[in-house]
Design a protein around this ligand. Sequence first.
Ligand SMILES: *[C@@H]1O[C@H](CO)[C@@H](O)[C@H](O)[C@H]1NC(C)=O
Length: 471
Amino acid sequence: MHLSRDFPYLITIFTLVFSTHYSRSGAAINTVEEFLDTLINSSRYDRRIRPFFDQRRACNVTMTIHINTISAINEVNMDYNTDLIFRQSWYDPRLNYSGTDWAAKSPEITLHYSLIDRIWVPDSFFRNAKEGKRSDITVPNRLIRVHRDGKVLYSQRLLLKLDCQMKLQKFPLDNQTCVVNIGSYGFATTDLAFFWDQASNISAIRVNEDLEMPDFVLSNHEAKYCNRTTATGSFTCLLVVLHLKRLFGYYLVQVYIPSMLIVILSFVSFWIDHKSVPARISVGLLTVLTVTTQSSGIRSQLPRVSYIKAIDVWMSACLVFVFAGLLEYALVNVIARKGELRQQVRFSKEVIGNRLAQVHFYKKDGGHQSNAETMETLVHKTSNAERKLSGNTTNTHVHYSSMSNTNAPSQPTPQVVVSQPAQLAIAAKPVRDSAQFVDLISAVLFPVAFIVFNIIYWMVYLNMHVEYILK
Ligand SMILES: *[C@@H]1O[C@H](CO)[C@@H](O)[C@H](O)[C@H]1NC(C)=O
């Protein structure tokens, strides 16, 4: 009865003695376990309450970032992967142990990674993270170090996939600006503020010296602030700005030089005789097909953006050049055929004129000269001679056959027939030249146009500036 009445008092006394023993007299703490249990005892440390909450002061967190790798910069998904060490440092007065004699033994103590669940940590998050995980090989990659004045260092290694909105107008001559955006999820600036660590006079952002990216170089990086006000209050925000410069070499070797060579190859067509139809058609078609295949190969690696990229301009121009080369042949072919037709008409007119003159002559002569040459050999000769010029005999053959029927009795002398090809060659000369002339003009004009296009293209795209708005 007596004991039960005094029991609450006994417990109070016991608790008082106990807590005094552990918190005031540091001498009694002999092992690290005891020390930690004292430091992060749930009865004196509430991890739900932020530091300086009772003083109504903001908790200031300083940060540094060490970028290990940047990889998989992806234009299609507009993101990149990074492996970074994220360090946050803040003061937590409750973890100040400078009063104890443990402070002399060790000015700072590194806690086990699992103890992060027992202390307050800032609720930092990556605003532009699409995916992310902590590195857990072989144990969670975390460091928690408590200095005797209560300064906590919390470092962790993170593998993040971060969003990076790319501007591809100049692709592949472009530079990209990607960011790492760090904010506090819940605490407003009155409670929690993030700062870049300026203490040690070195940049808060360090980049691995042997950072290698296959198609980019990190030209510069900056540490910026991006504090912002949203519907739920104003929040602290830090920004790592990574300036990435695309390495043009790959695209030069894989895209620009091959397509340039194909366009030049299509110009070869102008030097081929316009009468060799298969050669010129195949050069034209193959170059068009190759450029089309090439541009579709590039397109598959890029997002479907609505604006025109530098590579689109290039590939379209190449396609226009090779296509124009093919059209030029169509034009040359038409001109050549028209010329041929005109030449045939002229030829047949001359033949008819000759024959008429002969008929006239024979009639005048009144005699029918006997000639060793038959009608068949005559026609054969003329058509042979003509084949040399035009390559097309069927029309003329029929023509002569029909004509020879009408003029069956009158057989011209051989020397008249022999003189025909010479006359034809003279008659056909200007006709053949006009087709060749178009080819000659094209052989000069196309390369000049391509060179001019190249000068304009490279001048425009090497000097073009694309504005980045950082969010
Ligand atoms: C944090 O920084 C702000 C402004 O820089 C300052 O007013 C405040 O006292 C700091 N808080 C602490 C706990 O030092």
